[in-house]
Design a protein around this ligand. Sequence first.
Ligand code: ADP
Ligand code: MG
Length: 459
Amino acid sequence: MHIQEISPYEILDRITDAFFALDKEWKFTYVNKEATRLLLRKKEQFIGNCLWDEFPETIDLQLYHQFHKAVNEQVAVNFEHYSFPLKSWFEVRAYPSPNGLSVYFQDITDKKQFSSHREQHYKSLFENNPDAVYSLDLDGNYLSVNRATEQLLGYSAEEFLQMSYIPLIASEEIEKTMEYFSKATSGSTQHYETIALHKNGQAIAVKVTNMPIIVHNEIVGVYGIAKDISKEKRTEKMLLESEKLSAVGQLAASIAHEIRNPLTSIKGFLQLYKKSMKQINSEYLNIMSDELSRIEMITGELLVLAKPQAHHFHNERVEKILDDVVTLLSSQALMNNVEVKVHLEDLPQIKCIASQLKQVFINLIKNAIEAMPDGGEITIMAKKHTSTTIFIQFADQGSGISEELLAKIGTPFYTTKEKGTGLGMMTTLKIIHTHGGTMNISSTIGKGTIIDIYLPISI
Ligand code: ADP
Ligand code: MG
C-alpha cells in the first residue's frame, strides 16, 4: 500500500476554514486557499508582507487589539470582525504559536444577515405591536417596554426602566395581580384582567397575558402583553344597562296594562255611585276619583315604554297631529293665561306612530304651561330641516331649568311638581329615540326653555 505523503500545509489548504499564519513581526508566513478566496488576494500578495501594511484599516479596531492580546498574553482569542472594504462579517479565532500567531476565520455574513433579519422581525413585532408589550425581571421590575406601553400608561420608557409594575396597578387589584405574576415566574402562562393606573391617575381596564421568559431552560423574567379593554367594558356596561332598562320598560308596561283594566271598571262604577248617591258627602268620592285619574295617568305613561311594533309606524302628517294637540290643550292654556302661537310650514309626511307623537306634544306643551304659572307664550314651530329630517321647536317663557336639574331630566320619577309624575320627559325621550330622532333642551333660568326635536322623515 502506498501512502501518499501530504504536507501539513496541504492539510491547511483543504480545511474549510480560512487560515493564515503570522510571524512575530506580523508578517504572513502562510495563507491557505480559502483565505485568499475570502480576502480576494493571491498568495504572493501576502507572503512576507506585514498584516498592518496590507490591512491598515484594521489598525486600532477590535481585531488589532485582540491579536495583540493573543500574542502578548499568549491566549487564544475569538471574536467577530466586520471588514468594511469587503463588506463582510468574519468569525475569527487566533492562537499564539511559538512563531507568532495562527489565525482561523470564517465568513459569517450570511448567517449574520439572516439572524439580524430575524432580529428585526422580532423587534418589529415588539416595537410596532398595537398592544402594550413589555418584559419584567423576576422581581417585577421593567426591563423593556414598547411604544404602546408608553402610550397606554403615560410613562416614558426611561421612567419604566426605573419602576416595578406594582405601583401601576389599582390598589384593590394588587394582591390578585401579584399572584398571577408569581405564577408566571414559576413557569405557567397567565391570562387575567386587572386595572392599571395611568400616570395621570386614570384607571384603565386591561386584559393581560404574563408568560415566563425562558433562556437556556431557566426562567429569567416575565413577558407581558396588555390590551386596553376599557372601551369594551364601557360598551358592555351600557348594553347591560339598556338591556335592563328595556326589561324594566317591558315589565312596567305589562304591569300598567294589567292595572288599567280593573281601573277602568272601578272608575266606571265610582262614577255611577257618585251619580246615585248625590246626598252623601261626595268629597271622599272626589278624592277617590282624583287618585284613580292619577293612577290612570301613570299607567298610561308607563305603557309607552313597551317596545313599539314596527307595523305601528305609518306615514302621518305631523302638522295635523300638532294641530290636534294644540286644540286639545287650548282650554287648559287659556285657563292658565297662556297663549300658544303656532308656526307651521308645509311638512313632508313622516313615518311615525301618531298616538306616540301626540303623547310627546302633549307632554311638552303641558310642561310649558306648568312652567308659566303667571301666564306667557308658547311658540311652536315646525319646518323641514333637511331632505331627510324635520325640525320641531317648543319655546316657552317659563321658569327655566337649572343646569343641575337639566342633567336629571328624563330620569324616571324626577319631578319638581307637587302633583307631577316625573315620567313625561322620560317617555318623550324614549318615543323620540324609537322614532330615530334626537331631542335637545336648552334653558335659561327665569327666561324660558327651548326644546328642539329632529325627526327623520322615514326610519
Ligand atoms: P312632570 O311634568 O310630571 O314633573 P316631566 O318628566 O314631564 O315630569 O318633567 C320633569 C321635570 O322637568 C319637571 O318637574 C320640571 O321641573 C322640569 N321641566 C320639564 N319641562 C320644563 C319646562 N318647559 N320648563 C321648566 N321646567 C321643565
Ligand atoms: Mg310633565
